[in-house]
Design a protein around this ligand. Structure first.
Ligand code: GLN
Length: 212
């Protein structure tokens, strides 16, 4: 029927605008998923893309040391840190999680991070690309299927950081207690894995729910 909308899918024209950091890494899958949920997507490639007109931000996977270097080269790092400290709703996956962390135990030479998430991250604990896996995780939002690709793991969380998911040994986790692979701290949700690659929209829908 003309003018009808699919139930549950908002019209993009009236929807929120999510900035997807697009300096390097897996940008397209996040953009696709957000558009499917009715959001407008703005690819963030320069400082001006960040400074206005976004209601939330996605930090994708990729190579965290490269994204960090590009953020500094393009003079975006301090602004992004300020926006996140100021409460901009954020979903970060994999390299994005590493970028947010207060400490990175195995950082590349010269690699820095935004230090807006009170957590310590280890970058490459699960081995090489070939050790990648698709895992169904229990989260407060229900089961979420994520792809682990050269995935980081959180080895310490600060007070006020909520653990949303653990990867247990039966799922390829290393710690008998379960590796911490998803956390929430105020406006930030950070995941070790990639739900955008398995088509699981749970955390993207949650981001849209969390917008100011
Ligand atoms: N371990 C990678 C890094 O250091 C992240 C991998 C990913 O984003 N899939 O950036």
């Amino acid at each position: 029927m003309a003018g009808s909308v699919t139930p549950g899918v908002r019209s993009a024209a009236s929807g929120p605008t999510i900035g997807v950091l697009a300096l390097q890494g897996g940008v397209a899958e996040h953009a696709h998923m957000l558009r499917q949920l009715g959001a407008n997507v703005k690819l963030v490639r320069k400082r001006a893309d960040l400074s206005s007109g976004i209601d939330g931000v996605v930090l994708p996977g990729g190579e965290s040391s490269t994204i960090d270097r590009l953020l500094r080269i393009f003079d975006m790092k301090a602004l992004l840190g300020d926006l996140l400290r100021d409460g901009l709703p954020c979903l970060a996956t994999c390299a994005g999680m590493i970028l947010l962390a207060r400490e990175v135990v195995d950082a590349a030479p010269g690699q820095t991070s935004l230090k807006v998430l009170d957590a310590t991250v280890s970058r490459n604990v699960y081995g090489s690309q070939t050790a990648s896996a698709e895992v169904t995780l229990d989260t407060p939002l229900g089961p979420v299927v994520g792809a682990f690709i050269r995935a980081p793991k959180i080895v310490r969380v600060g007070e006020g950081v909520q653990v949303l998911a653990r990867r247990y040994p039966a799922q390829g986790g290393l710690d008998p207690e379960g590796d911490i692979v998803a956390v929430k701290s105020k406006n930030i949700v950070a995941l070790s894995f990639h739900p955008e690659l398995t088509g699981d929209a749970t955390f993207h829908a949650d981001l849209l729910e969390r917008l100011r």
